[in-house]
Design a protein around this ligand. Structure first.
Ligand code: ZN
Length: 703
């Protein structure tokens, strides 16, 4: 018999199994693709073990077919199946207690009759995977703990170097901590490319460890699909919980097995999605118009700053009738935030504000933004959407290594994880040892960081040689420009992770206002929370989709500090075509730069205007200067500041001027530049705004 699709390793068709007159399986169909881990989940007595035994040749099916690599193997002997590369880790482990660990392990390769050297090589491989067993090789197996015996059982199966590993209830009877350890091993096997069919009654465990799953009840398949989808399927969850609550849920095996644990009881895990309900652009636009009308009225009535702006422009809230009327609104700028410091955009009474955040401003004054409870709820909601778009589920563990404090980063990442119902690990930036310790001991699956922190950790993981001992599958990074080579390096050194670029800014809630989808083509942004316009930064005229210009945002639901046509000074473009992922949410490119030349240097936002001001404090300096940014081989950034001596200032004063500039920059901007003092008139002048910042740190930027 032939199978059309070659990547299917195991194919089971209409499988029936009888024990005497009792039927255990009623026409089961199941497929396992090469390299995939498939879970077969069901309660005790559902027929799971019967299926594995039938595949392994331990029982003879009464009907149907079993195909391995497209070849029918129904009814083959266990020895024949072993020779074909199939190995079983049986339920209850079935150890020979009187034999030593070594003897039990060697039994696993027996049927293949390997030579002595080959046997030793395989034993070494298994010991490398289970260091605990190496110490116990000559011990009687019966003296081992349950967890160690399970390792022997898995090790015994691995001695045959199976292509298809059948695992029957590997966690049965083990303490939760030991179960974790066993499942870590399963994760590692799966990552190393072994094809696994895993039978589990602990649905949460089985689904977490697998790519796809089948649900078995009373000998029949009752559901199947991608495991991550099934995990959050409320109906499935109810069905399983219903089954468990028939008796005492806590005491039932299903309950004890994890389906009734507190985590799955979190309210939010029953949410199917954080995506907006819109199917069409028209529906989205209708929602935007409602939000725009509300926002303009709210800002007008709540904020004297906005009222003044709108009055001056001759616009009233009633003038907003279509989305195009957005253009009637005056633009606002970061400078407005500075001039009205601390809180010009505030549109609700202080009593309604439950939190503030702040970020650095253009002239040293901070931008302070406030949030009502609803603002925080909205932010958490669309941040959870970011995670959802990146494929993060409530079963993930998320190590958050961005900054916590008055700025928005950590707080946003944290709230999103909690809203999603996943496990948050708020480590914060730096602290490499702690990051690695948690990678190893808590096995997080998602890592959130800045691009440079991601690179730093990737290199550290490589240096420590722990890539195969950690379980990070996704890296969500933001707040900095990144390059193609940087992304590739992070992905590789982490052991093959998927990267997701996330965007955001303090004025617009914080991080999480958009993210790349699994198709990895630009950033989807949350057009149900804000309208994005792209304007020509010189003429301020709107630019057509696809053209680069300044990003201008208008919020649609923000209460405490709404934004009306706020100029971000970030340069991006709107991608005109819908994404191949099918999401209705539109896309913009990654941020390509700043209209005001702001740059980030070693984590600090630096504005040329700030440097300007500092240099003007040094007598003997001219007004011209250039900033050159480069990155060395080790990935360290360097800033070279070229300044001119003032007209008529003698060359011998250059060194003194140099030291003074370094001192000022160091103490005011908290970064240390290299400084070169050149003669008056050496730096180029231009009638238009001269280019001051030369940033060659990233040459293959992702946009
Ligand atoms: Zn997409």
């Amino acid at each position: 018999m032939q199978v059309g699709v070659t990547d299917i390793m195991l194919s089971i068709r209409d499988l029936r199994v009888h024990y005497g007159a009792a039927q255990a399986l009623f026409g089961v169909d199941l497929e396992v693709r090469r390299g995939e881990t498939v879970a077969l989940v069901g309660a005790n007595g559902a027929g799971k073990s019967s299926l594995l035994k039938a595949v392994m040749g331990l029982i003879r099916p009464s009907g149907g077919a079993i195909l391995l690599d497209g070849r029918e193997v129904t009814g083959s002997s266990p020895a024949a199946m072993a020779a074909l590369g199939v190995a079983l880790v049986p339920e209850g482990r079935e150890m020979f207690g009187d034999l030593t660990v070594r003897e039990n392990l060697e039994l696993g390769a027996l049927v293949l009759k390997p030579g002595r050297a080959e046997l030793a090589r395989r034993l070494e491989e298994v010991c490398a995977r289970f260091p605990k067993l190496r110490e116990r090789l000559s011990q009687r197996t019966a003296t081992l703990s349950g967890g160690e015996q399970q390792m022997v059982a898995i090790g015994r199966a691995l001695m045959a170097r199976p292509r298809l590993l059948l695992m029957d209830e590997p966690s049965l009877g083990l303490a939760p901590l030991i179960t974790d350890e066993i499942f870590d091993i399963i994760h590692q096997l799966s990552r190393s490319g072994v094809t696994i069919l895993l039978v589990e009654q602990n649905a949460a465990r089985g689904l977490t460890a697998s790519g796809s799953a089948y649900l078995l009840a009373n000998g029949r398949i009752t559901g199947q699909g991608r495991s991550q989808k099934l995990l959050v399927d409320p109906e499935l969850r109810r069905a399983f919980l219903g089954a468990a609550s028939g008796n005492n849920p806590a005491a039932s095996r299903l309950g004890a097995a994890g389906l009734t644990n507190i985590r799955l009881e979190k309210e939010m895990t029953t949410h199917k999605t954080f995506m907006p309900p819109f199917r069409t652009v028209e529906e989205l636009q209708a929602h935007q118009l409602r939000g725009l009308k509300w926002t303009v009225r709210h800002a007008y009535e709540g904020s004297s700053f906005y009222r003044e702006q709108l009055d001056r422009a001759g616009v009233t809230p009633d003038d907003i009738r279509t989305l195009d009327d957005l253009r009637k609104l005056p633009l606002t700028t970061p400078e407005d935030l500075r001039d009205g410091y601390p809180f010009p955009f505030r549109a609700v009474p202080y009593e309604q504000i439950v939190r503030i955040h702040a970020s650095s401003g253009t002239t040293g004054k901070r931008k302070i933004l406030g949030y009502t409870q609803k603002d925080l709820d909205d932010w958490a909601h669309f941040f959870a959407r970011c995670y959802e778009m990146a494929g993060v589920t409530p079963l993930d563990r998320v190590q958050i290594s961005v900054g916590y404090g008055v700025w928005t980063a950590g707080a946003g990442f944290q709230a999103g994880v909690e809203k999603l119902g996943a496990l948050a690990m708020p480590v914060g930036p730096g602290n490499i040892d702690l990051q690695c310790e948690f990678f190893l001991d808590l096995q997080p699956t998602v890592f959130c960081c800045t691009a440079s922190m991601g690179l730093l950790m990737a290199e550290e993981i490589h240096k420590r040689g722990i890539a195969d001992k950690i379980n990070i599958r996704k890296v969500i990074y933001g707040s900095e420009r990144s390059s193609v080579s940087m992304r590739k390096k992070i992905a590789d050194l982490f052991g093959g992770v998927e990267l997701f670029d996330i965007v955001g800014m303090t004025e617009l809630y914080g991080p999480g206002t958009g993210i790349e989808c699994p198709h990895h083509d630009c950033i989807h942004y949350w057009a149900d929370y804000y309208i994005l316009e792209i304007l020509d930064p010189e003429t301020l005229a709107p630019l057509p989709d696809g053209e680069w210009g300044e990003m201008v945002v208008t919020t649609l639901a923000k209460e405490a500090a709404p934004l009306l046509r706020y100029r971000t000074h970030d340069i991006t473009r709107i991608i005109p075509d819908p994404c191949t992922c099918g999401a209705v949410l539109p896309r913009h490119s990654r941020i390509r730069g700043r209209t005001d030349d702001m740059f980030k240097f070693r984590g600090v936002n630096i504005y040329p205007a700030g440097i300007d001001r500092l240099l003007s404090e040094v007598p003997g300096l001219g007004s011209e200067y250039q900033v050159h940014l480069r990155r060395d081989q080790a990935g360290r950034d360097h800033m070279l500041l070229k300044v001119e001596r003032g007209e008529g200032v003698e060359a011998r004063r250059a060194d003194e001027l140099r030291r003074e500039v370094i001192y000022l920059i160091k103490h005011r901007l908290m970064v240390t530049p290299e400084v070169e003092v050149v003669a008056y008139g050496d730096l180029p002048r231009s009638e238009r705004k001269s280019q001051r910042v030369f940033d060659i740190r990233i040459t293959d930027s992702v946009v």
